[in-house]
Design a protein around this ligand. Structure first.
Ligand SMILES: [Ca+2]
Ligand SMILES: [Ca+2]
Ligand SMILES: [Ca+2]
Ligand SMILES: [Ca+2]
Length: 303
């Protein structure tokens, strides 16, 4: 997929930009291989079988529909109107696919997601605003595009298999367990931190290689943490969809830990969760006031 996955990655990037849904590039690629829409290695994505069938296969789950595909240029009114209305597009340029996920009317630039950033010849960053001239010239000349719209049906959930400790929630305890497993593999020393046991080790080894590079590393933990941040409400540290005293308690433990340099073994697994979801009052710092505000809200809601 590193050689020829641009069509798959651009589709997944477009869906994420459209409605925040995490489309698993490997799952999409496996499906596409089966329907004759993708050939890994020296192959590529075959756009017509792919976009004729991808809505039926993934549309409901990922919350999108295909509004049509066209031979045309980036300046086409239909494409610009679609972007202005909140839609996204996957575009074909010479030997490559990219995603266009926004249009700025003020300076007439396009928000482009480029998945092959090591290919310097196209000269785009992973995430940039490009002019119509750039997107109409040379290796970035758009010659075909497919329009994708949000249908609101995506549940935007993190896969259940990433509830590593099977407690019903995907939260920073799970990311801490993935990190702990990485340290086990690095050092050979087994840990009991965060409730680690052999069932959890097996779950991590089977399901937690999120970036599909064949090993469990801190990167897998970080990717999951970024999903947790995107998919949960600020203040809901343990991601159980209720903001209550347990969340406040985790924030206080974290605050004590950061300010005094001590660790609270019982709550240490939630510290990463506090770091990403703990600023409940949105003042840029995570401290006792966030916990206090949660407790006040909790008291009001409990009456
Ligand atoms: Ca869990
Ligand atoms: Ca990995
Ligand atoms: Ca909670
Ligand atoms: Ca705060």
């Amino acid at each position: 997929m590193e050689l020829s996955g641009c069509g798959i990655f651009s589709f997944c990037n477009a869906i994420y930009a459209l409605n925040g849904t995490i489309a698993d590039a490997y799952e999409v690629a496996d499906w596409a291989v089966d329907i004759g829409g993708y050939r890994p290695g020296a192959g590529g994505t075959y756009r017509y079988p792919f976009y004729q069938q991808v809505e039926e296969a993934f549309g409901e789950r990922y919350g999108f529909r295909v509004d049509g595909y066209y031979t045309g240029a980036v300046t086409d009114e239909a494409l610009i109107e679609h972007l202005k209305n909140g839609g996204v597009a996957v575009v074909n340029v010479p030997w490559h696919f990219m995603a266009i996920t926004g249009y700025n009317e003020e300076d007439e630039t396009y928000h482009v997601l480029e998945c092959a950033v090591d290919m310097e010849k196209r000269g785009l960053e992973p995430d940039s605003w490009a002019t119509a001239e750039t997107m109409s010239t040379g290796r970035t000349e758009v010659g075909w595009y497919v329009l994708l719209s949000d249908t609101g049906t995506s549940d935007r959930t993190i896969p259940e298999s990433l509830d590593i400790n099977s407690d019903g929630f995907v939260n920073s305890l799970d990311t801490s367990l993935i990190s702990a497993r990485y340290h086990e593999n690095e050092t050979g020393d087994l840990t009991s931190a965060f409730g680690m046991n052999d069932d959890i080790r097996n779950a991590i080894d089977e399901f937690a290689d999120i970036d599909h590079d064949g090993v469990i590393t801190q990167r897998d933990s970080r990717v999951l943490l970024s999903w947790i941040k995107d998919m949960n409400t600020t203040g809901d540290i343990n991601c159980d969809n209720i903001i209550d005293a347990r969340d406040a308690s985790s924030i206080l433990s974290y605050y004590a830990y950061v300010s005094a340099g001590i660790t609270d073994e019982d709550n240490a697994g939630y510290n990463d969760g506090v770091a990403i979801l703990g600023d409940f009052n949105s003042d840029g710092v995570i401290d006792a006031r966030d916990a206090s505000d949660i407790l006040t809200l909790y008291a009001q809601n409990s009456i």
